[in-house]
Design a protein around this ligand. Structure first.
Ligand code: ZN
Length: 288
């Protein structure tokens, strides 16, 4: 379900004028200087992406870590699969003139989720336990992928509603623990959409192509930057129609579903990240 209303309006923090205020510099933090923080209502959950809004000229931090705020005051944050039950969002109006004024702290309740356990047997041994040469390739690719997760660009597309990149059956959900050939592996931090090889894959939002290459585990892989640390990833593609550095529009065909890399059948492995934090793509997509 996608929320039509993107923000939950909450009253901005209004601070009373200090009784000992003296001179014109000691103005109270009125609506003009309060941060006007709005957040959610969607996305305040483990694996969730949330959009927020503050007044322009406001600094935002999540658990003390600075958050990239657009000139119009919009920002994105995200919560990992194993996020703690609360997170603290702090908005500080840079124009506030009252000591301590114009700062608003919000303790966000992060909804807990239950995760599936998925067992996959019969994978080729080389894919489960790569040799030294394969490990070197995997580690080099991991560094490249990690570098794309540091990109925190000014692109505005993170704040626009996303579309489904491909039609198909959901064959794997975010957060599930995979047990490959009996060995517990890292949780599956993406959404799998199964469809025949050649099914078109579209950009779920506008952005710039950060990576378009063949990788060991994820096969033909595209990573798309939507701005403010929000990236989407499209893996196991049979075709890639875009090049690194290229700007794409939402809905533009960027490739086709395939079975390249470590797979048991053709599907789109769709990832969503806020910087290094992997998020669940499902809640930000409209119904199929
Ligand atoms: Zn997957």
């Amino acid at each position: 379900m996608i929320a039509r209303r993107r923000f939950l309006a909450v009253p901005a923090l209004l601070l009373a004028a200090p009784s000992c205020a003296q001179g014109p510099a000691a103005r109270p933090a009125t609506a003009a200087t309060a941060p006007g923080l709005r957040i959610g209502p969607s996305g305040l959950a483990q694996g969730g992406m949330a959009l927020g809004q503050v007044k322009p000229g406001t600094r935002v931090a999540l658990d003390g870590r600075p958050v990239h705020v657009a000139p119009d005051g919009r920002f994105a944050i995200g919560f990992p699969r194993d996020a703690a039950p609360t997170a603290r969002l702090t908005a500080t109006a840079l124009t506030a003139t009252t000591p301590g004024g114009g700062t608003e702290d919000r303790d966000l309740a992060i909804a807990r989720r239950e995760w599936d356990v998925q067992r996959i047997n019969g994978l080729p041994g080389a894919m489960v336990s790569p040799n030294a040469q394969q490990l070197a390739r995997i580690n080099a690719e991991r560094l490249r992928t990690a570098a794309t997760r540091k990109v925190d660009s000014d692109l505005p597309f993170f704040a626009e509603p996303f579309i489904r990149p491909a039609q198909g059956r959901i064959s794997g959900v975010f957060g599930s623990q995979r047990i490959l050939n009996g060995e517990a592996r890292a949780p599956h931090l993406a959404l799998d959409i199964a469809a025949p090889t050649g099914t078109p894959v579209a950009a779920m939002g506008g952005g710039r192509i950060l990576l378009a290459d063949n990788l060991y585990f994820t096969g033909n892989t595209i990573i798309l930057d939507h701005g403010h640390g929000i990236t989407s990833l499209y893996a196991h593609l049979s075709a890639m129609d875009v090049a690194e550095g290229e700007m794409v529009r939402q809905g533009q065909r960027i490739g086709a579903i395939g079975a390249t890399g470590r797979v048991t059948g053709p599907h789109l492995h769709l990832g969503l990240n806020w910087l290094a934090t992997a998020l669940d793509p499902a809640p930000v997509l409209p119904e199929a």
